[in-house]
Design a protein around this ligand. Structure first.
Ligand SMILES: C[S@@+](CC[C@H](N)C(=O)[O-])C[C@H]1O[C@@H](n2cnc3c(N)ncnc32)[C@H](O)[C@@H]1O
Length: 253
C-alpha cells in the first residue's frame, strides 16, 4: 500500500491478490515511440494490452471500476484510435461499460494532412452491476443556478439540482505541456484535474487505487490528496523519483 514498485506491471500484478483493488486508473504507453517504450507492430502491442487488461480484471474487486485512458496509435500517417481497438478486450473479460469520457484539450501538434488531434478518451468499466458512483462529489455548477419551474405542480421550485449538475462525458482540461504548473520531466503526464473527479466519483476514502503504468505518479498524488491508498508499477527509476518528489511535496504543503 502507498508504494510504487520499479517493476513490469504484469509481474507486479501477479503479486497482488485476486480482487484486492477498488479502482484502477491508468494510461498505458500508446506504442508511438516515446522514450519509455519500444515501438512494436500493432498486433503485438494489442495482444500485450489485452494481457494487461485481463491482469487488471483479476485484481479488481467486484463493485470496483477500471478507467483506461488512451489516445491514438499513429503509423505512417494512419491513425488508429486505441480505445476502439481495445474496447472488446474489456467486454471479453466480463467488465461492463459505463462511460467513454472524451478529454478535450486545446493545444497540441498542428497537423497538415488531417485535423489536429485535440482529444483522448477514458474508457470506464465496472466489475459487476453494482458499483460506486459518488455523483454528488463531482457535480459542477448549473449554467443557470437559480432557474425555477415556471408552471406546473413544481412552479416556483428550483428546476436544477442545487448541488450542481452532472459534469457530462466531455471534459475540457488543459494538457500538461510546457508551462503547466504540474509539468515534470515526464513526457506524458496526466493532469490532476482529469484524475481527481474519477477518484472521487468511483471510490471511497481509504480504498485502494492501482495504476499499473504509474509514470510521474499523478494517480498516486491524486489518491493521496483525496485520502485514498495507492499502489503502482513503473519500469523506469527516473519516473519513480519524479513521483516520489511530487508525493513529498504534497506532504510538505
Ligand atoms: C503514458 S505513461 C503514464 C503517465 C502517467 N499517467 C502520468 O501521469 O505520469 C506510461 C508509463 O508506463 C511506463 N511503462 C511502460 N511499460 C511498462 C510496464 N510494462 N510496466 C510498468 N510501467 C511501464 C512508462 O515508463 C511510462 O512512464
Amino acid at each position: 500500500m502507498n508504494t510504487i514498485e520499479l517493476m513490469d506491471c504484469l509481474i507486479g500484478m501477479q503479486h497482488l491478490q485476486e480482487e484486492s483493488v477498488d479502482l484502477i486508473i491508468t494510461s498505458p504507453p500508446y506504442n508511438v515511440g516515446k522514450s519509455y517504450e519500444t515501438k512494436t507492430d500493432l498486433d503485438c502491442y494489442l495482444s500485450w494490452q489485452r494481457e494487461v487488461i485481463y491482469a487488471c480484471e483479476r485484481v479488481l474487486r467486484v463493485g470496483g471500476s477500471i478507467v483506461y485512458q488512451v489516445g491514438n496509435y499513429i503509423n505512417k500517417g494512419a491513425v488508429y484510435p486505441l480505445d476502439c481497438m481495445m474496447f472488446h478486450y474489456f467486454l471479453e473479460c466480463g467488465l461492463i461499460p459505463r462511460n467513454r469520457i472524451v478529454w478535450h484539450f486545446e493545444h497540441g501538434l498542428h497537423c497538415r494532412n488531417r485535423f489536429s488531434g485535440r482529444h483522448e478518451t477514458a474508457l470506464w468499466f465496472s466489475k459487476g452491476e453494482e458499483y460506486t458512483f459518488n455523483l454528488d462529489s463531482v457535480r459542477v455548477p448549473q449554467k443557470y443556478p437559480g432557474k425555477k419551474h415556471y408552471k406546473g405542480p413544481k412552479k416556483g421550485q428550483l428546476s436544477g439540482n442545487p448541488l450542481g449538475k452532472n459534469p457530462g462525458d466531455v471534459w475540457i482540461i488543459p494538457n500538461v505541456k510546457h508551462n503547466h504548473p504540474e509539468k515534470t520531466e515526464h513526457e506524458c503526464q496526466f493532469p490532476l484535474d482529469l484524475i481527481r473527479p474519477l477518484i472521487k466519483a468511483l471510490s471511497n476514502p481509504h480504498e485502494l487505487v492501482l495504476d499499473p503504468f504509474m509514470g510521474s505518479g499523478t494517480v498516486a498524488v491524486a489518491a493521496s490528496e483525496l485520502s485514498r491508498c495507492y499502489i503502482g508499477f513503473e519500469l523506469l527509476g527516473k519516473n519513480i523519483q519524479i513521483a516520489q518528489q511530487r508525493l513529498t511535496a504534497l506532504n510538505v504543503e
